[in-house]
Design a protein around this ligand. Sequence first.
Ligand code: UDP
Length: 368
Amino acid sequence: MKKILIVGAGLTGATLARTLAESGCQIEVIDERNHVAGNCHTETDPETGIMIQKYGAHIFHTDQDQIWSFVNRFSVFMPFNHKVKTISNQKVYSLPINLMTINQFFSRAFSPAEAREYLTALTNQDLPYQDNFEGRLQKLIGTELYAAFFYGYTKKQWGRQPRELPASIFERLPIRFNYNDDYFNNRYQGLPELGYTDLVSKMLDLPNITVSLNTAYHQSLKHGFDHVFYSGPLDRYFGYSYGRLPYRTVDFQWFRAADDYQGCAVMNYSDELIPWTRIIEHKHFTYWHNFEDTVCCREIPKECGESDTPYYPVRFASNNDLLAQYQALASAERALTFVGRLGAFKYLDMDKAINEALEVARWYLQTL
Ligand code: UDP
């Protein structure tokens, strides 16, 4: 029986643990936090009784049957169709940009064809192709919509001028010429009824999995195991020997209020001068419960300092050399595989994290 150490009890670590345990391996999972589920951890706010997502909103969405069936083994998923609104210059708009947003913004009643035509006339089609966030968006939607909905938000989110950012950041969001205001286009979408921490705990609930919380990784731990899967930060594993890989972190400012604060789960704030990018009102995620009061959180992104929690990997071309140096060290490690968002230094939606973990588990089992 292979003995496996898994560092990190987030979705990646838990998926690996479950899959390898079901194939007969003996699994030890450690996590330095005092809970499982990593950044999708949920807990109950003691004052309002509302289930909160401690490290920001996570809505599960996927196109893959096998991922959807996998998570549904461990939790009932409540239907949830994620919608987001945004405030720009003291007015509320529909998001992602759709026909409603365009008509609201220009005070018109365009049909889809008219809206397309209007935006085409607004955008300077002679602009040279620019493969950066700002250039691509301005060419697609014109400078006014870009300034109202993308410039300020993106500058706050990434702490850099949008023209210095890759266009790929924006590919997560569609622009639609109809009234579909769904944030995600996926086939499956939902929220675990009892929260992600309950879901991950159930994933880890097998006799051949042990979980130790409040336990940080150190090199001496790897002896005695046949293989280690490490989902902590890649640069930290190597003692930051080449310097730090850049991350953005988020300051979460929590506050409570009576009744209903904003009427929806997520309100974005696109103006540059408002420090937060969005306010999350958690009770709107668990719409199947009723609560008198409410608890909300403002998200203020900033550069990740030494004692901050790394959230968004800043994986731009300028950091490729540093990343390559760490990847070279990583590939020289024997019997240790780096996994997950922090281990691979890439932004991963939850379904992608699970999918990659399933693939890594399959790869490992084939090597036996
Ligand atoms: N974005 C924006 N305005 C918005 C929402 C998003 O400019 O109101 C940009 C921003 O650069 C962000 C990217 O689109 O990083 C992807 O947005 P998404 O909502 O997917 O970000 P996440 O939920 O992952 O933080």
